[in-house]
Design a protein around this ligand. Structure first.
Ligand code: NAD
Length: 244
């Protein structure tokens, strides 16, 4: 088990789902963990909560500065906050495209900009972006969401190239459908939630949804010293969806 003692981590969207599981795992392994979230109350001690909207640059700058000051620096950024969107290109108008791209892509850029000066000082820093199997799988009725995650994938590669020689590795995780509050809300809105859950599970060769803890394990690997030679790559956590 990787020991994160002495490392300082910032997890965006860390008050729910994949982000919360990641924040808890890093903290359980000894890291000091700050959570940046629209509604940080879900992140209980020892996690430290900071309220910010990744769509709003001033709030991001203030929260990242406060977290870095409280933790005494940053070694790990888990760029995870994101929102969903359903439909074909005919279903979402330009305003919706701008809104979701702004949160899922520009939001990660805003957080990275604010965090990079602190990560540079670490000397052995890691950024892990939460991408999605949607970036590469061609999922039906996910045009906008998939486009945002395709951008996150490309952003990950570009940032890995830009920051390698500053001692910062940049990778992403590509979860399949994970059993989080987000997916719970999607299921609640379906005509037949049980049938929808079964359909989502059947889409993955493993026949079940991924757990948030399984994604967190992959994030922890990419954030920690065991992946020290790994940068500019994606790790699928998708029950075999990409490979089988
Ligand atoms: P979730 O809704 O359970 O948690 C998301 C968290 O992000 C929430 O705490 C929310 O408050 C926060 N958040 C949302 N918008 C924000 C904003 N503008 N500023 C700050 N915080 C904000 O969702 P989840 O399923 O854990 O998803 C987390 C990430 O994983 C997202 O990037 C999502 O695209 C990705 N992902 C999820 C799945 C899945 O099946 N659940 C699959 C692939 C990728």
């Amino acid at each position: 088990m990787t020991d994160f003692t002495g490392l300082r981590a910032l997890v965006t969207g860390g008050a729910s789902g994949i982000g919360l599981a990641t924040a808890r795992l890093l903290a359980a392994r000894g890291a000091e963990v700050a959570v940046l979230d629209l509604e940080p109350s879900g992140a209980r001690p020892p996690l430290r909560g900071y309220r910010a909207d990744v769509g709003d640059a001033p709030s991001v700058r203030a929260a990242v500065a406060a977290a870095a000051a409280d933790l005494g620096g940053l070694d790990i950024l888990v760029n995870n906050a994101g929102i969903g969107a359903q439909g074909t290109v005919e279903d979402n108008d330009d305003a919706e495209w701008h809104r979701v791209l702004d949160v899922n892509v520009v939001g990660m850029v805003r957080v990275a900009r604010a965090a990079l000066p602190h990560l540079r000082r670490s000397g052995h820093a890691a950024i892990v972006n939460t991408c999605s199997i949607a970036a590469t799988a061609g999922l039906p009725r996910r045009a906008l969401y998939s486009a945002t995650k395709g951008a996150v994938y490309s952003l990950t590669l570009a940032m890995a190239a830009d920051h390698l020689h500053e001692g910062i590795r940049v990778n992403c995780v590509n979860p399949g459908t994970a059993d989080t509050p987000w997916v719970g809300r999607l299921l609640d809105a379906a005509d037949d939630p049980a049938a929808e859950r079964a359909a989502l599970a059947a889409r993955q060769p493993s026949g079940r949804l991924v757990t948030a803890d399984e994604v967190a394990g992959a994030v922890a690997y990419l954030a920690g010293p065991l992946s020290g030679a790994t940068t500019g790559t994606s790790l699928a956590v998708d029950g075999g969806m990409q490979g089988l």
